[in-house]
Design a protein around this ligand. Structure first.
Ligand code: SAH
Length: 243
C-alpha cells in the first residue's frame, strides 16, 4: 500500500495579501478581501468548472506553500488561548502541520474567461498571494452546516481592536480612491477590517504600547502604531519593489 502521495496544483490564487503577517486567521472574517483563482494548464478548461456558476460558496484545499520548511510540531499554541497554552496540532487550524494543507470556505462571486484564462472571483479569503490550490469543491449547506457544532476554545469570533486613521493616512486614502489604478478597492474599510482582527502575535497583545507594525496589501505598505490598546494607521505608501 502506498502511503505517500504526490499532487499537482490545479490553480493559483491572486490575493491582496502579500505576506503571511496580518492575513486573517480564518476565511470570512474580512469580507472586503477579494481574490482571483486562476486555473492552470490542463485544468484551465470550461469542463472542469461547468456548473460552478450555480454555487455561492466553495471549499478550497491548498498548500501552505510559504511554510514548507517549517518543522511540524505535535503541540502548538493557538492565538485564541492567549498564545501560552498548548494543544495538539490536530485540535487546531495552525499552519504547522505534518501535511501543510489548508482549507477555507470562500464566497464565489462570479466566473470569467478572458483570453483563454478561466478565473474564479472569490471573496473573504485568508490565503497568501500565489497560494497553490489542490482542489475546489462546492460548499453544500445541507452537509456542511452543522447547527449543533461546538468549538470549545474557539467558540466565538475573535474580539476586535479599534482602528483610527491619522489625518495624513486619511489623505493617503483619498489619493488611493482618486487614482484610477487603485480606486476599485475600498481601502478605508478593507484596511480597517484587516486590522480589527488584531494580527499581532498573542504574546504582544496588551504589552506593546507605541509599538509600530506594517503590512502590505496589494502594492501598498500600511503602517500603524498601538495607542492606548487601539490601532492608529499613520502611513499608507506604495511598497518598494522587491529586489
Ligand atoms: N482556513 C485555513 C487557514 C487557516 S491558517 C485552514 O483552516 O486550514 C490562516 C493563516 O495561514 C493565515 O493567517 C496566513 O498567515 C497563513 N497562510 C495563508 N496562506 C498561506 C500560504 N500559502 N503559505 C503559508 N501560510 C499561509
Amino acid at each position: 500500500m502506498t502511503l505517500t502521495y504526490s499532487m499537482e496544483a490545479i490553480a493559483v490564487v491572486d490575493s491582496p495579501y502579500q505576506e503571511k503577517f496580518a492575513i486573517p486567521r480564518q476565511p470570512g472574517l474580512v469580507q472586503e478581501a477579494t481574490g482571483v483563482i486562476r486555473m492552470l494548464g490542463e485544468y484551465n478548461r470550461e469542463e472542469y468548472i461547468r456548473g460552478l456558476d450555480t454555487i455561492s460558496h466553495i471549499w478550497l484545499v491548498f498548500v501552505f506553500h510559504q511554510h514548507l520548511n517549517a518543522k511540524p510540531r505535535p503541540l502548538i499554541r493557538p492565538p485564541r488561548l492567549g498564545g501560552n497554552k498548548k494543544i495538539g496540532v490536530f485540535a487546531s487550524r495552525s499552519t504547522y502541520r505534518p501535511n501543510p494543507l489548508g482549507m477555507s470556505v470562500v464566497a464565489l462571486d462570479h466566473v470569467t474567461s478572458e483570453n483563454g484564462q478561466w478565473c474564479l472571483h472569490i471573496r473573504g479569503l485568508d490565503l497568501l498571494d500565489g497560494t497553490p490550490i489542490l482542489d475546489i469543491k462546492p460548499y453544500l449547506p445541507y452537509a456542511d452546516i452543522v447547527p449543533e457544532a461546538q468549538a470549545g476554545y474557539a467558540s466565538d469570533p475573535p474580539s476586535q481592536v479599534d482602528v483610527t486613521y491619522t489625518s495624513e493616512a486619511q489623505q493617503q486614502l483619498r489619493r488611493l480612491s482618486e487614482n484610477q489604478a487603485t480606486a476599485q478597492v475600498s481601502w478605508e474599510s478593507f484596511v480597517r477590517s484587516v486590522l480589527q482582527q488584531d494580527p499581532r502575535p498573542a504574546y504582544k497583545q496588551g504589552s506593546d504600547e507605541n509599538a509600530e507594525y506594517g503590512m502590505t496589501l496589494y502594492d501598498q505598505n500600511i503602517r500603524w502604531r498601538v495607542v492606548q490598546g487601539a490601532f492608529e494607521v499613520f502611513s499608507i505608501q506604495e511598497a518598494e519593489e522587491d529586489g
